[in-house]
Design a protein around this ligand. Structure first.
Ligand code: KIV
Length: 271
């Protein structure tokens, strides 16, 4: 039988089949058309239009300031590029925590105005009602547990979560709650690998890890971090596959020097 990931368009059902068949899921963020086209073409299964756009695209210190309109703008470009990947968009801070009706309205705007395929939200049992209400409109929902960057001001640090027994038990309960509410997958961010393994075995829906060890059903990284465009963020879990900061800077420095030395453009580059 062909692997589930050979599907022409990845759907939430494909991801669940991948988990059942033990096929790992590759997820990566993207925030614009040009890079999303490369991410999609390279075979990534899920493109997350993460609210990390607030950090890497807008230069904010946290994910808190990004707006629904800005997320829709980023997502629209990604959707135009994605031929195969499932496109999931983060519900930004303040657009779903108030009540489940607001969560539904925000999700409908994302789906209608960007053409995305699913939304993601942070939190456990407290967002269960919102997950259920969003699903009534036929919108698939991805959960996000562990380190939840939108709550940075509550926790005060970006350190590993759920190391203690009580917090680990709460995370297990929240994961079960999100699955029962109808989430099609759950991101586990920065938690001990042993706990992520337990959660992944407990759930029938896939877990996607970031800093959560090798036993999740899939992995996600922030595109700009793994390409080495950002350099000021180096957690242990981050594998840099390129050092684009260096390459981009030296290409641009060469361009500047070619102009200053009148070496660009040449006759061949002129009309
Ligand atoms: O916003 C984001 O990029 C995320 C990932 C880190 C999972 O939520």
């Amino acid at each position: 039988m062909a692997p589930a990931s050979n599907a022409r368009r990845i759907t939430t059902n494909t991801l669940q089949a991948m988990k059942r068949e033990g096929e790992k899921i590759a997820m990566l963020t993207a925030y614009d058309y040009s890079l999303a086209r490369l991410v999609d073409g390279a075979g990534v299964d899920v493109i997350l239009v993460g609210d990390s756009a607030s950090n890497v695209m807008a230069g904010n210190e946290t994910t808190v300031p990004i707006t629904l309109e800005q997320m829709i703008y980023h997502a629209s470009g990604v959707v135009r590029a994605a031929q195969r990947a499932l496109v999931v968009v983060d519900l930004p801070f303040g657009t779903y925590q108030g009540d489940s009706r607001t969560a539904l309205e925000s999700s409908i705007r994302i789906m209608k105005e960007s053409g995305a395929h699913a939304v993601k939200l942070e939190g456990g049992a407290e967002v269960g009602e919102s997950v259920e209400r969003i699903l009534t409109a036929g919108i698939p929902v991805m959960g996000h547990l562990g380190l939840t960057p939108q709550s940075i001001y509550k926790f005060g640090t970006y350190t590993v979560r759920a190391r203690e027994k009580d917090e680990a038990q709460k995370l297990l309960d929240d994961a079960k709650h999100l699955e029962q509410a109808g989430c099609f997958a759950i991101v586990l961010e920065k938690i001990p690998a042993t706990l992520a393994k337990q959660v992944s075995a407990l759930l029938s829906v896939p877990t996607i890890g970031i800093g959560a060890g090798p036993d999740c059903d899939g992995q996600v990284l922030v595109l700009h971090d793994m390409l080495g465009i950002t350099q000021d963020f180096s957690p242990r879990f981050l594998r840099r596959y390129l050092n684009l900061e260096k390459d981009i800077q030296s290409a641009i420095a060469q361009y500047v020097s070619d102009i200053r030395d009148s070496e660009f453009p040449t006759e061949q580059e002129s009309y």
